[in-house]
Design a protein. Structure first.
Length: 104
């Protein structure tokens, strides 16, 4: 039983990120730790994102609630990112973020 718990937590003792339902790319426009005007208890990231296959056909800028502030470590406004979204009740939750090389 202890082995299964250790496997579930993954490397570094953290629980693995939930598997995203959708993946997108975009540019970080804002990072808002809680509390913010957009959410009182969750971090928010505003992304100017490209179309997200199977979810949104348009390029747009919008805020997303994030699973954790840890996702934003080393990120800054203007960074080009790949991100994963999970459909949770009442929101699309950012569950993964990866910095990409700058756009040309």
């Amino acid at each position: 039983m202890a082995g299964a718990a250790a496997q579930a937590q993954g490397a570094g003792g953290r629980a693995p990120a939930p598997r995203p339902d959708w993946r997108g790319t975009g540019v970080v426009m804002a990072i808002l730790p809680p509390p913010s005007s957009l959410h009182e208890s969750r971090p928010v990231i505003v992304i100017d994102h490209d179309p997200i296959a199977g979810l949104m056909n348009e390029k747009m800028s919008m805020p997303f609630i994030a699973a954790s502030l840890d996702l934003f470590a080393g990120l800054k406004v203007g960074d080009h990112i790949a991100f994963g979204l999970k459909d949770v009740p009442g929101a699309l939750l950012v569950v993964t973020v990866e910095r990409l090389p700058p756009r040309r």
